[in-house]
Design a binder for this molecule. Structure first.
Ligand code: F6P
Length: 762
């Protein structure tokens, strides 16, 4: 165990703040002291100028009489000046001298300054100019003005005016003391301010950070880093913690991995593998449109939600295992208030394993890029579901713009060091080229989660060239199936000037090389997830049976985003046909369809939802009884616990996609049936049908065959059901999500990051 930080260790940062405070105070004190000194001197000069002006005025008034007196003999001259040479208050008096230096007369107080006045009069007569002197004599500071008389021509004598200006020294001292007092107050305030603010803003957080790092190192604490003063430091410490935890478990992971049968990929094995594959890059960044954790607002408060969709299901466990950063669109209404100023937060909440960086988009950007180009254009283009793609130039412009926004965010987060970037899906097709044209050293992989159509289908896209060029910026492009990869190579071959290397499944374009590989995506084992078990699970199952009046009916479950590619009308119709052909199942078979509304701003998706509701109503109306309905259509967002409860309890799962890259619900069902004997009815047009050959494979367009497959599943002998499910289960266990990520990283680390050519059209 580590020792707690000592008092001595806590004091050190405070002493540092104090030293900084003293330094700032010294600089400030000296600067303001110098300024005060100059100010006092300036004011003193002004006071002296006042005295000088006054002396000139007095000398002026007397100079006519002095001039007359100098023309008289000695005695008469003295008499004519009698009484006029005395001073009062600060004016000490006057003295009059002849040209030969003899004094004609002077005020009484002037005799103390006989030498100074005589010197001044002589100098003035010699230079034939008025002269001002400030000097110290007889214990006082005096101001002397000596004026030749008459002022022009050869002087007949001189008039001297003397003031006592000792009070100006006293005044300067008093002013300076006053300034010194305020300088002292200001200096003390500066010390307090500097010590307080550096302590609060830097020393305290840094000392907490040091404490947290020590505990991370010594005690391996799982808590999030403390609040830090800068966003960059926060994000770096998040990553550091994630990497450190990953590195710490490397040894354990390696030895565990060695003990395990070689085929089994675990979270720890992936973590160890990721560290080795990332190499010097040492930083994994995943980029997708959809974020793994979204905050919606419910009853005025932020509520955490995990969005539906295979991408999140698959990639969250990968990031949890490897640590790193996930950049995605912050689409939830409460997303901003639950992230920091840069859009960052650590996730999963409560057990942070990696950092999520949210990218903010305007309504127009989201409309054009996500709803428009991505989901009304590319989505129907890639899925052969007989939906006409819509391409609008303004959507394309937003698509380019948002891809650029994501690229800027990735470049900012990657910093100067190397990084491995895993770009996800059709929303971000331009990103690889944008990244590589700025940072050729980054290793960039692109994984395409949806099917890739044949070249004839793809070439209707007005920006086919730009999209392919953007994708070919990547070092590696991954698809679920080899068939999609082949379609992609054919499309590239027919669309852009490049060399397609079919022997090695790669494309060479303007000196760069992109490998094209299949990576069938998969799922995380349910045992690793915090879902209900044993008694709790039994309670949940009883509760949902009760809630939806399922009685002891045979349950077939469907779990889908509500999307026209999922074949939901076909599924409903197949269930209806089952009840028509085999009336014995009326009252004894129920399809529970969990449907998460999706992309509902798009009219086609709203129409589809309305159509499904009407269809379910129509079928239910035909067959339902007081206590039973053939279709329970549960529209809404269903959390992982609910989904697991249905997948575990249902003896049948139906996946009827008209076209689907993989479809992870099929794999989730198999994983939830570990040790069980459920039947999977699976569309031949879902990528998962290539691996799950023990499912009952159907063509969802063929309603007769589909209904027959459901009947066959219901009636299948228990031993056959069990054997099929165990074979599928072994397949999913061996080819889980950790193996998928491990293969992807291995392949990416084998590529040469050489794609340096700049973008053509985008
Ligand atoms: O699997 C394809 C995909 O588009 C993913 O990219 C996405 O996460 C998922 O479907 C759900 O769709 P959306 O993100 O549009 O809700």
């Amino acid at each position: 165990m580590s020792s707690p930080p000592t008092l001595e260790r806590r004091r050190r940062p405070l002493a540092r703040s104090f030293r900084l405070g003293l330094f700032v105070a010294a600089v400030l004190g000296n600067a303001t002291g110098l300024f005060a000194w100059q100010q006092v001197q300036h004011e003193r000069r002004i006071d002296l100028e006042d005295v000088t002006s006054r002396s000139y005025a007095l000398a002026q008034q007397l100079s006519a009489r002095v001039s007359q007196a100098l023309e008289l003999p000695e005695e008469e001259a003295r008499e004519s000046l009698e009484g006029r040479l005395e001073g009062y208050r600060r004016l000490l008096g006057y003295a009059v001298f002849r040209a030969d230096g003899r004094m004609v007369g002077a005020g009484t107080a002037m005799f103390d300054f006989a030498r100074e006045t005589e010197d001044a009069s002589r100098a003035a007569m010699l230079s034939q100019q008025e002269l001002v002197r400030v000097t110290r004599a007889a214990g006082a500071r005096i101001h002397i003005l000596a004026k030749p008389v008459p002022p022009a021509g050869t002087p007949a004598g001189a008039l001297v005016v003397v003031h006592d200006v000792s009070y100006l020294d006293d005044r300067a001292t008093a002013r300076f003391s006053q300034y010194a007092f305020w300088i002292l107050i200001e200096t003390l305030l500066a010390i307090a301010l500097v010590v307080g603010s550096t302590w609060l803003a830097y020393e305290r957080p840094l000392s907490k950070l040091a404490d947290w790092m020590r505990r991370l190192r010594v005690d391996n604490v799982a808590e999030a880093p403390p609040g830090l003063p800068t966003g960059q430091l926060r994000s770096e410490s998040d990553r550091l913690a994630a990497s450190f935890r990953a590195a710490r478990s490397t040894g354990r992971a390696l030895s565990e991995a060695a003990v395990h049968v070689e085929q089994v990929w675990t979270r720890d094995r992936l973590r160890a593998h990721a560290i080795a594959s990332l190499g010097e890059a040492n930083q994994l960044i995943v980029v997708s449109n959809r974020e793994p954790y979204m905050h919606r607002r419910q009853d005025g408060k932020p509520r955490l939600m995990v969005p539906a969709g295979g991408l999140v299901t698959a990639l969250d466990p990968v990031l949890e295992a490897c640590g790193g950063l996930w950049i995605a669109h912050g689409a939830g209404e409460a997303d901003r208030e639950t992230a920091d100023a840069a859009g960052r937060l650590t996730v999963p909440p409560g057990d942070p394993r990696y950092t999520l960086r949210r990218v903010w988009l305007t309504r127009e950007e989201e409309q054009g890029y996500y709803y428009g180009l991505a989901n009304e254009g590319l989505w129907p283009l890639c899925h052969l579901a007989h939906e006409r793609p819509i391409f609008r130039v303004e959507d394309w412009e937003q698509y380019v713009r948002v891809n650029r926004r994501f690229a800027d965010t990735v470049l900012e987060e990657a910093g100067a060091s190397g990084a491995v970037i895993l770009v996800q899906d059709y929303h971000l097709a331009l990103l690889p080229r944008m990244l590589k044209s700025t940072r050729p050293d980054l290793r960039v992989g692109l994984f395409w989660h949806v099917p890739w159509p044949n070249p004839e289908a793809f070439r209707i896209c007005p920006w086919a060239v730009e999209i392919l060029d953007g994708m070919l910026g990547a070092d590696l492009v991954g698809f679920h199936l080899q068939q999609y990869g082949n379609n992609f190579l054919d499309t590239v071959d027919r669309t852009i000037e490049s060399r397609v290397d079919r022997d090695h499944f790669a494309v060479e374009l303007r000196g760069s090389r992109t490998a094209v590989r299949p990576f069938p995506i998969s799922v995380q084992p349910w045992v690793e997830r915090n879902v209900p078990r044993d008694q709790e699970l039994a309670g949940q199952i009883a509760a949902v049976r009760e809630q939806h009046q399922l009685g002891d009916a045979f349950i077939a479950v469907g779990v889908d985003r509500i999307d026209y590619t999922k074949g939901l009308p076909e599924r409903f119709r197949a269930c209806e046909r089952l009840l028509q052909l085999y009336p014995q199942y009326r009252g004894r078979f129920t399809l529970v369809q969990l449907g998460a509304p999706s992309r509902t701003h798009i009219p086609r998706y709203r129409e589809y939802l309305d159509h499904l509701e009407a269809l379910a109503d129509e079928i239910n109306w035909k067959y339902q009884t007081d206590r039973w309905k053939p279709i329970r259509f549960l529209i809404g967002h269903h959390d992982a616990d609910t989904v697991y409860t249905y997948l575990h309890m249902a003896p049948m799962c139906i996946v009827s996609s008209l076209h689907d890259g993989m479809n992870l619900v099929a794999k989730e069902y198999v994983a939830a049936q570990a040790g069980g004997s459920g039947v999977l009815v699976l569309s031949e047009f879902a990528g998962a049908s290539r691996e799950l050959v023990d499912a009952l494979i159907v063509n969802p367009y063929d309603i007769e065959q589909f209904a027959e497959a459901i009947r066959r599943g219901i009636e299948m002998p228990a031993t056959e059901r069990f054997a099929r499910m165990q074979r599928m289960n072994a397949q999913i266990e061996a080819n889980n999500i950790y193996r998928w990520a491990g293969n992807l990283l291995s392949e990416l680390s084998r590529t040469q990051p050489s794609n340096v050519v700049s973008t053509t059209g985008s």
